[in-house]
Design a binder for this molecule. Sequence first.
Ligand code: SF4
Ligand code: SF4
Length: 108
Amino acid sequence: MAAGEKEKRSVQRKRKPKILAVINDSCTGCSGAPICITECPVENCMYEVENPDAPIFNRVYVDALLCIGCKKCITKGPMDTLLEGCPWDAIDMIPLEDFEEENGTLAY
Ligand code: SF4
Ligand code: SF4
């Protein structure tokens, strides 16, 4: 494991989360270095996909089935000075029931 890289959990959680992270249109892909993926504690939960609106940059997608709703991807440091999560407010935390109403029931 590279220095500074956090150990990630690979097991699926047993309980449904109350909220899920959903990436909105503000995602820039952080120019190829997505800080959110670094912060997410769950293996393969967040990953880069092609951005059809800006093909030279990817954007990030969240696997709703793996997201545990921990909010680490949107966490900011003390006084909002140290950014730890998304610096572009590109991640919305959505209630699971709203997500499932729009996208169908998740197969936990
Ligand atoms: S809420 Fe937690 S588990 Fe979900 S995408 Fe963000 S960091 Fe990963
Ligand atoms: S930190 Fe925000 S802008 Fe950067 S890749 Fe993740 S969601 Fe997109």
